[in-house]
Design a protein around this ligand. Structure first.
Ligand code: NG1
Ligand code: ZN
Length: 549
């Protein structure tokens, strides 16, 4: 009863603005920053309840709108494992956020508490780790989250400061493993495993086209600054030049910069020019959970060669498969690990074909890392990437246990056999790459380590396969929720007749492929088309966009 009174009093301080309809979409709640205070307060309550439900394990609450405009903001919850909050709780999140009055809100909370048998008043405090990106609305929203957490008896907020999204997920996971979860430890783990991977590069590689200099577009967000800190710990042998780091005067968050811009527009971001032609460049998004590479071509009429998430997936798959093959040659059981790649319908068709030709198992899920992550965790080694550059590599406990004895042996038997070195490399990859969620900083270091290992330039990497020409469009509609899909979003179910119309358009184009789905983060329906030529892909996307809007 006391809890009910506290919640009611606190919630009354955060009324829902009229006309706001929130839904826990692809990546939490997103909206104009100033309209979000009520939603963030309520998400604070949600996070506290989630922790109570999970035996008071630490959970995370991140305030960010990723690649969206600087005026937007958003909020999402990380589960104790460090991954996205279970989808089973999303309907509750929607109900909480949508409750019209404070009284309704409290009623929804207590109905759910009963239903889920959430224990109030347990002895062990529930910890909610808080993070936010650099958006100006972040500070006030963080305060709202703290108040939401404070309104739940037994819950405590721990403010971890300004972070990348993957840093917060990493911290939550580490904290629940009973290991150090500070930012220093994050940087140390990444830089140590990167250094050891570099030390494991073969002596004389067949090719030697790797250039240690790389230029990184920080999207004027949190990633550039964090990369700057990480660089202080990196060994010589990698020269990182950060641009768009968000310092005063460098430009606006995600405005003509960042991974989303580079990938969707296939254009040169601000801060880069044709005088950078030929250089290996990378681009992070606003909260540093996406990574793409690009090379400015300097060719007439052509802006950049994009090396997207699909190519990162292909590079990681190739490297890991090679190391597993060495283990197998050495007669190690770990070499027979089940390796899988996970993609969405946005993956370029040429990447899927490349992976399959390489002998990879490829699975498809709907958009959103929560789906990809879950699928990838079914493999011994599961690699997932969205074309936009969000992804990581997941290692099962069973697989890591098989590697451990090999590592111990190597330590006492230097320099070790090829299979032992392969085991050690895979072990270091598992330490470097974020096991909680896709992480642009750790992904970046893994790309660099592999390119160096292979002695490859960005062109070598890019020529693994040629992308099929593609086009993505956004269509504004009155109500995007009228579009529903099935089969990993490749088929429209509603409105009736629309899929037939898309099929009819697609049939007009050789090698055509096209699908539409409502965005979970923006008020649009997305159209994706692929075809034999760029003109054809553009034409198909435009024709289908007309059917939609
Ligand atoms: P929506 O708006 O649902 O398409 C976008 C991305 C997702 C994912 C989320 C989270 C595309 C086509 N979609 O989702 O892949 O990254 O944002 O930020 O890039
Ligand atoms: Zn992001």
């Amino acid at each position: 009863e006391q809890q009910r009174a506290i919640l009611l009093r606190c919630a009354s301080g955060f009324p829902l603005p009229p006309g706001v309809k929130m839904s826990y979409g692809t990546a939490g709640f997103r909206a104009e920053g100033m309209t979000l205070a009520s939603t963030v307060f309520r998400t604070g309550v949600l996070a506290a309840l989630r922790s109570l439900k999970m035996g008071s394990a630490a959970v995370g609450l991140m305030i960010t709108a990723s690649h969206n405009a600087v005026g937007d903001n958003g909020v999402k919850v990380a589960d104790p494992s460090g991954s996205m909050m279970t989808q089973l709780w999303e309907p509750f999140a929607d109900a909480l956020a949508g409750a019209p009055t404070a009284e309704d809100f409290v009623r929804v909370v207590f109905e759910f508490v009963d239903e889920e048998k959430i224990p109030f008043g347990v002895a062990r405090p529930s910890e909610i780790l808080l993070g936010r990106d650099t958006r100006p609305s972040g500070e006030a929203l963080l305060e709202a989250a703290k108040q939401g957490i404070a309104a739940v008896v037994g819950a405590v907020a721990i403010d971890m400061g300004i972070l990348t999204t993957p840093q917060l997920h990493w911290m939550v996971r580490r904290r629940n493993e009973g290991r150090g979860a500070s930012e220093d430890e994050y940087f140390r783990q990444l830089s140590d495993s990167f250094r050891r991977l570099m030390d494991l590069s073969p002596e004389g590689t067949l090719r030697n086209a790797y250039d240690p200099s790389v230029w990184v577009d920080g999207a004027n967000g949190v990633g550039g600054e964090k990369l700057g800190e990480l660089m202080k710990l990196l060994p010589a042998g990698l020269a990182v030049h950060v641009r768009n780091s968000g310092k005063d005067g460098e430009g606006i968050l995600n405005d003509g910069v960042g991974a989303d811009f580079v990938q969707k527009e296939k254009a040169i971001p601000h801060g880069f020019s044709t005088s950078d032609a030929g250089r290996r460049c990378a681009s992070l998004d606003g909260d540093a959970d996406r990574l793409v590479y690009f090379r400015i071509t300097g060719e007439e009429g052509r802006k950049i060669d994009l090396t997207d998430g699909d190519k990162i997936l292909s590079l990681f798959s190739l490297f890991i498969k090679e190391q597993l093959a060495k283990l197998e040659e050495g007669g190690e059981p770990a070499g027979r690990a089940r390796l899988g790649a996970v993609q969405t319908a946005y993956a370029n068709g040429a990447s899927t074909e490349f992976l399959r030709r390489m002998g990879m198992e490829v699975a498809f899920t709907p958009t959103g890392v929560k789906h990809l992550h879950e699928k990838a965790s079914e493999y011994d080694v599961g690699i997932y990437f969205e074309a936009n550059g969000h992804g990581t590599v997941l290692f099962s406990d069973k697989f890591l246990r098989e590697l451990e004895p090999l590592n111990a042996e190597l330590a006492t038997n230097h320099p070790g056999s090829e299979s032992q070195k392969a085991a050690l490399r895979l072990w270091e990859v598992s330490q470097l790459i974020n096991q909680a969620v896709g992480d642009a900083l750790s992904g970046f270091l893994l790309v660099e380590a592999i390119l160096r290992h292979k002695g490859w330039s960005i062109e070598d990497w890019n020529s693994l396969y040629q992308d099929l020409p593609s086009r993505q469009l956004k269509v504004k509609v009155a109500d995007r929720s009228v579009v529903t899909t099935a089969n990993a979003e490749t088929q429209v179910v509603n409105p009736p007749g629309l899929q037939e119309a898309i099929d009819a358009e697609t049939a007009k184009y050789p090698n055509g492929r096209c699908f539409i789905r409502p965005s979970g983060t923006e008020d649009v329906v997305r159209v994706y088309a692929e075809a034999a030529t760029q003109e054809a892909a553009d034409g198909l996307a435009r024709a289908v966009a007309l059917e939609v809007g």
